[in-house]
Unconditional design. Structure first.
Ligand SMILES: [Zn+2]
Length: 365
């Protein structure tokens, strides 16, 4: 039985020996080659770079095998590129639609006080009486009866304060007021800059312009006065609170009559320089203190209660009292002037007894 397998055993042993021998030879070869490559890396840097280059080539070869063609990006020297303005394409962080054109007005204001009348307000600020309307278009028809406490805009120059409407242009505003565009541009606080675009709801001063055509001072309506005992002819107030003595003093310190009492002029005209103090000739209540539509100009009327007397002080340059105010005999009413139908500075003094004009000579000392 052992003999039977001996040949096989010898064969197997020989086979095993053959395998072992081959393996030893192979191991020896590998060890030798490793030693070679270590030697190369350690010595030659150039060969390392070559190896890297070889790798790149290999990777390019790999992509080529995937059939994707990428055009190599050319190297660009940035200092050779022409540079356009660097904000040409960027959005503006703070967009401004139009830098110019915002007016920078600053106005004085005037609070209407008792005794104020359009003319004396205008005189006080050195403007034309129309300019009060020009700066306060909302006054409109109430301008002739200024209410105390009302705040008025006083324009720095004669003209009109115009609020720009949508669609208006400098040209249309110029035509509307008949004022050259150059004058509107030249008014510095309008801040108009080329190309002179107007912005709705901003306000322009139109120097030299008159309030809109057809606008008139509208005095208190006569129809508003029902009591015939309180200066109805000139629309005066009707309440009077005190009674006078019935004896008057002269309304000013001059007695130089330029026109006396006669049927065509039932009053006294006293010629005096503008600005002369005018006083109440007896105690009473102011029933009118405003511009008068009846040639009186700036007019003050004082009612002297149960004496039935009324005194009129006309053509004043300024008025210092208001309707309803009680004034004592000798109290300052305003300054003489040349307003209304007057050809020179003087005081027109009139006295009425229960509504009828009478000769002042009968009542003055
Ligand atoms: Zn007169």
């Amino acid at each position: 039985m052992i003999k039977k397998y001996t040949n096989h055993l010898v064969f197997l042993v020989l086979l095993a020996l053959l395998f072992i021998g081959a393996g030893a030879a192979s191991l020896t070869t590998t060890a030798l080659s490793d030693t070679d490559s270590e030697t190369e890396e350690g010595i030659d840097i150039a060969s390392v770079i070559n190896l890297a280059g070889d790798e790149e080539t290999e990777s390019a070869d790999n992509t080529n095998t995937n059939t994707v063609n990428i055009t190599p990006i050319p190297t660009v020297r940035l200092d050779n590129v022409p540079v356009l303005s660097d904000d040409s394409f960027a959005p503006d962080l703070n967009p401004v639609i139009d830098v110019g054109g915002q007016p920078s007005h600053s106005f004085q204001t005037h609070i209407v006080d008792r005794g104020d009348a359009p003319q004396n307000i205008a005189d006080r600020y050195g403007i034309q009486v129309e300019t009060i309307l020009g700066g306060n278009p909302n006054l409109s028809n109430e301008a002739g009866a200024l209410q105390t406490g009302l705040e008025l805009i006083i324009l720095p120059v004669d003209g009109v304060l115009h609020t720009v409407s949508f669609g208006e242009t400098l040209e249309s505003v110029s035509i509307r007021y008949g004022i050259p565009q150059e004058d509107i541009i030249a008014y510095a606080d309008n801040n108009l800059e080329f190309p002179y675009r107007l912005h709705p709801d901003t306000q322009l001063i139109i120097p030299g312009a008159q309030p809109e055509a057809g606008f008139v001072w509208n005095p208190p309506s006569l129809a508003d006065v029902s009591n015939t005992n309180c200066a109805p002819e000139i629309g005066g107030g009707c309440n009077f609170y005190v009674n006078g003595s019935g004896f008057h003093v002269w309304p000013l310190n001059s007695r130089r009559l330029t026109q006396g009492y006669w049927i065509g002029h039932q009053a006294y005209d006293v010629g005096v320089p503008e600005g002369t103090a005018i006083i109440a000739t007896d105690t009473g209540t102011v029933t009118y203190a405003a511009w008068s539509p009846y040639c009186y100009g700036n007019l003050v009327v004082v009612h002297h209660g149960n004496t039935g007397h009324e005194t009129f002080y006309a053509h004043l340059s300024s008025i210092a009292v208001g309707v309803g105010q009680i004034v004592e005999k000798g109290q300052y009413l305003g300054a003489s002037g040349n307003t209304g139908c007057s050809s020179g500075p003087h005081l027109h003094y009139e006295i009425r007894i229960w509504g009828n004009r009478d000769n002042p000579a009968y009542y003055l000392p």
